[in-house]
Structure formats: structure tokens, C-alpha cells
Design a protein around this ligand. Sequence first.
Ligand code: N2P
Length: 607
Amino acid sequence: MSETRRAPVLGSLAALVYLFLYAPILVLVAFSFNQSRLTAEWKGFTLEWYARLLSSPQIRMSLGNSLVVALVTTVVATAIGTAAALALARGRLRRPGSLMALIALPIVVPEIVLASSLLLFFAALGLRLGFLTVILAHVAFCVSYVVVVVRARLAGLDPSLEEAAADLGAGPWRTFLKVTLPGLAPGILSAALLVFALSIDDYVVTSFVAGVGSTTLPIQIYSMVRSGVTPEINAVSTLLLVATALLLLSAHQLERGARARVAAAPALLGLAVLGAPFVAGTGAAPAERVLNVYIWSNYIAPETVRKFEQRHGVRVNVDLYDTNEALLAKIQAGNAAYDVVCPSNYSIQILRAQDLLLPLDHTALPHRVNLEPALLDKPYDPGNRYSMPYFWGTCGIGYDRRRTGPVDSWDALWDKRFAGRILMLDDARETIGAALKRRGRSLNATDEGWLRDAQRQLIDQKPLVRVYDSGSFDAALLSGDVWLAQGWSGQLAKVREENPDLEYVVPKEGSSLFVDSLAIPRSAPHPELAHAFLDFVMEAEIAAEICRTMQYSTPNRAAVALLPPEITRNPAIFPPPDVLRRVELIEDIGDATVLYDRLWTEVKAER
Ligand code: N2P
């Protein structure tokens, strides 16, 4: 093919690549100006979502946190990285090549590995998770980038200049300050900008090492996304995008040799974009008291939290999880400062056995009289010394009946006709539990042969499974990505509001029943306020609101009386007796937990 003919082909190919890279981003930016709350259709231009950012204390606070972390990280990582680059290039080191490889390693190590090792390291040191751990972690992964960038600049610096300075009588410090540093400045600055950009949008590492009160913007965005992508998220993501792009533009100009003053302009603009909402909002009086809540996703509506904040004049941080194991890991690590948590029945047993829960002061919980006696005084917490039931429900299958026809058995999740349209929870006890039930066995079985059989079933099923996900099984059904999803009752009842063809069934072979309760960790910094929160959610109106908005079943008798029949007569929310007869509580199975975890990990690792 001749040159002239090849060029247009290459040109359109390149255009396609750019389109692929940038179209999603452009859509996000466009929708941040969309009047409609439902992101899918364009209803006209508005700046409302940007205005809302200014009035959201959570976004402003997390933005402020992100800026502090990124600025400190930039200064520290740039200083350490520059010193390391100098030592590697100019020092008399024995094996600079291998040392350099070691420094560059964190750039290629999977982020998740870095994140979990940092968490483990901080726990071993007994450091409480918070600002310090976030900054240390960011410095740790940013230093490598600084070394790489500064070293590249050093390589282009003529060493004879430094020699000349020395010949002319300058000492090592003077040579460094007058010759080396000015020559390196553009490299150092561009490294600093890169560090700032890396730090400000890091999610993975931060999510591991952040504690309460050190929530950064990406973590805040992610936790907002879990209750649905809203235009505010598009707006704040657009700000983040513009700011990082401007910073990188500066870095790029510096590398190409632009004058520092010219190159700094986009960076300053980027900082202003990020700083403006923060500064604009600082007029609001900060609430001094804070309550830190760690709860399942889709378990409490922001309106309800706001009511508590207003009544008590406090701020509530809400962090979310999707598995008991995530909760246990945080509490067992011992350095997270949560005041209220929401373990399931069997997790209460585990936390109690490890003495990680605070005995409740029942005199501070007068509204507990509203609770249904049948759900109190259970074997996992006799006398409710440590916990108050918050929601209960079942595990079952949500399905799109137009696509699948009627479903009444776990077998549907193993049906080859639905290959690629099946979602399973990412939860060892629930998935192995479903496979056990499918064979008519208890989901608390510890018999190794039975468990291996369950594992075999899950491995056989794996080619049919689109995704393992405990957080957004409802959204996956709604979007049509999957036709059948193993999931929990409340969210699967709620999807019917948007698509009445989505049904929920507790399979005939039986399934799990859960009772999730609020409890206060022994290490809670604000136990008194935590009691106030527990009592608040047991008030009849509040419990009714929580049930209406989230549609898991409330254990609050007084609240049931306030609920409309659409809720109380909905069999997915309040299951009829025949369903209740075939469900079973997951129990702590002691040492066998390790076996469950191993079998499940092997299923996930299977190709
Ligand atoms: C909430 C899931 C229900 C919890 N997202 C099941 N224990």
C-alpha cells in the first residue's frame, strides 16, 4: 500500500482510539451540566450540581482532606525522591542498577498488593488509621515516580558543569545549590506535579489505609456511587478531571523546557479549580462532635442520617461495606475508629468471642421496647447485651421473568441457557451455602466431603457466571446486564419499583435468613453518641422511614404499624410462613471458617 493511501487509514484509526479514550469522559462532563437527575436523558443546561457541591459538607471536607494529603505528600515525596535520585546518580554506590530496579518496583507492583501490605505494616506498628497513614502510604508509592523523573533530568545534566564549579573553589553544598539544583529544577517541579496528581486521585491504597475522618475525595465519590451515580458525582469528577489535566499539562511543559513561570500557569489554575469549592464553603460552622458509622451499603438513606445530625448537632461519617468479612477485618485490625457497626448474626458471635464489642447500656436505649420480641434474645447475643436488631431478610434469587420464565430453584443459577447472565454474591458463606442447600444440606455444614462437593458445583457453575458481586446485584439486574442474581431481599424487592418484571424468590430448597444488628465496638471513640444513634433508629417513625427507603425488613413492631400495605404485604420484604420455614440462620462455624474461605478463594482463582 502506498504511503498516501495508508495515511488516511491510520488517521481514522487514531481518531477511533481517541474517541474510545475520551468519549466516556466527555459524556460525564456533559451530564454534569444536565438538568435531569436521571443521568440517561438530556433535559437542558444547569449549574445546579456545581452549586450543590459547595453546600455539601461531606464533599467539601473530603476535598479539603485530599488537598492536605496531596500537598504534604508532594513536599515529602519530592524531597526524598530527589535525594534518592541524586544518590543513585552521583553517589558511590556499589550496584546502582539493582538499587534503581528496587526503587522502580512499587510502580509495577499491583496496587492492591501495595495497599494490603501497607495496611498490615501499619497494624503491626500499632498506628491508628488516619491522615498520617494515608500520607505515609502516598509518599511510599510516589517516591518511585520522583526518582524516575528526576533521574531522567539528571542524565541530561552535564556533569562537567559541577566539576567546573568545584574547580573554581565551590564546596559541595554551594555546587549543589548554585549548579545542580537550578539545572534540576524543571525535573523536580514536574515530578512534584505528577505526585500531586497521583495522590489526589488515588483510590485503592487510600481505601485500605484511611481511617475515619481522613476520607479523601475519591473515597467519598466511590461511597456516593454506591447509592447511585448522581449529577453531583459527575460534577465533582469533572472538577477532579480538569484539575489533574491542568497539572499534567504543566508537568509536560516543564519537561519540554518551557520557562517555569509560563508552565506554572496551568498548575495554579488546576489548584484553584480544586481549592475553590473548599474555600467557598468554609464559612459554615464546623460541627465539633462526630459519629462514625460503618454499615452495609443500601442500609440507610442520607435523609435519615441528616435528621440525626440535625437533632444532635453533630456530623455523621458513614462508611459502607458489602460483606461481613470486610467488617470483621476492619474491626479486628483494631485501628479503625468506628462508633457504630452492623454485623450479621454470625459476625456478632465472632466479634463477641474476641471481646471486640462494648456491652450496651440498655437504660440509654428506651426505644428498644419497639422491637419485635421474636427477634430478640437470640443465641448469637443472649439478652441483647451487645446488639440491637436493625434489619432482617433473606438471601434468594432476583430474576427478570420476561427473560427466564418462572424460577423456584437454585438450579436456575446453574442453567446453561442463562450462561453469562448470572450474578453470584461475592460471599463465601452465601455461595457455598446456596450450593449446600441445592443438595438439601444445612448451610452451616462442616463436613469436608459436603463442602468439597459444594466447591465442585461452584467451579462447574463458574463459566456461566458473569460476575461475583455483593454490592450492586440490584443495579446489574436493572441494567439488564444479568437476568438472574443471587442477592438479598431488600434491594431485590426495591428494584421492582423501577421494573415490575423483576421477581424475587427464596428457592424451594431453602436459603439463608439474616438478622443484621447495630453494635458498638469496644474501641469506639464516642460510645455515648453511638447509643443515641442506636436509640434514634429504633424510634417508630425513623425505623419506618428506613424500611420504606431501603426495603429490608424492619424488626421494629411499632414501625410496621406505620408502613403502607405495599410494604407490609410484599412477600419479598415480609416473607410468608412457608418461606420462613425453609430459611436458616448462618452460624459461626468456628475452625471450619478457614476451610470455607480456602474453598471459596479456590473457586475465585479457578480459570
Ligand atoms: C446490604 C446487604 C444485606 C446484608 N447491602 C445481608 N446481611
